[in-house]
Design a protein around this ligand. Sequence first.
Ligand SMILES: Nc1ncnc2c1ncn2[C@@H]1O[C@H](COP(=O)(O)OP(=O)(O)OP(=O)(O)O)[C@@H](O)[C@H]1O
Length: 248
Amino acid sequence: MSEPILTLEDVNSYYGNSHVVFDLDIEIEQNEVVALLGRNGAGKTTTLRTITGTVPRREGTIEFRGEDISSSSVDDISKKGIKLVPEDRRIFPTLTVMENLQVAHDSAVDPRPIEDMFEVFPKLEELQENKGRNLSGGEQQMLSVSRALVQNPDLLLLDEPTEGLAPVIVDDLRDVFEEVVSEDVTVLITEQNVDFALNLSERAYIIEKGANAWEGTIEELEDNEELLEEYLSVGGESGQGGEPASTD
Ligand SMILES: Nc1ncnc2c1ncn2[C@@H]1O[C@H](COP(=O)(O)OP(=O)(O)OP(=O)(O)O)[C@@H](O)[C@H]1O
């Protein structure tokens, strides 16, 4: 077993007086791909924001590579190699694809060559002169992920990467992500699209009302219909790649 890269122990976080994350424990090993699952409002996004320091944890400990980062600034945590790809895909709409990548590249401590991103996302090479605002949702997502990857993170936090994307695009993204996770990077991914998350991950945590509800391997989760129904609203028959609801 390798060393844990990230450990959350008894972590609590709040928005003002509103207590959202309760005594949360998470442990992720180097190069693991772990899913963080739970219903809408369970606290997945808040957990990722707590790890990056944007929502300060009030009690408990967060360690990254054995170092206590519980009180570190957002900037320091980012410099240590934790990158979040937020749900709302923060890209610069008026900059081209290349410029978007360049900005991310130039602000990193130890970036990868931009050309490496074009190997993972050949579509982005074709689109490199296009402005961010003219990209489709899926293309914006690829750009958002490659902006994080070009910074050479040790830990990549992906917040609902398939949110709002058409099923065909989700398929493309799945192929690309399989390549991404085979790179030398550790990933924590939240998803409403449980199939997508299960496909990529080795292990999962389920949270409910901001607290640990279950943890185990993907095989254990897939075999546990009750769990899927109870916490993830996935019935045995549903959510398994059926026809999309009318999108056109
Ligand atoms: N900025 C905020 N201020 C106050 N409360 C918030 C804020 N953002 C989220 N919350 C509340 O915190 C709880 C957890 O929300 P969070 O977004 O972390 O859940 P989630 O599991 O990521 O859900 P979703 O899948 O809908 O994104 C919810 O009750 C939500 O209403």
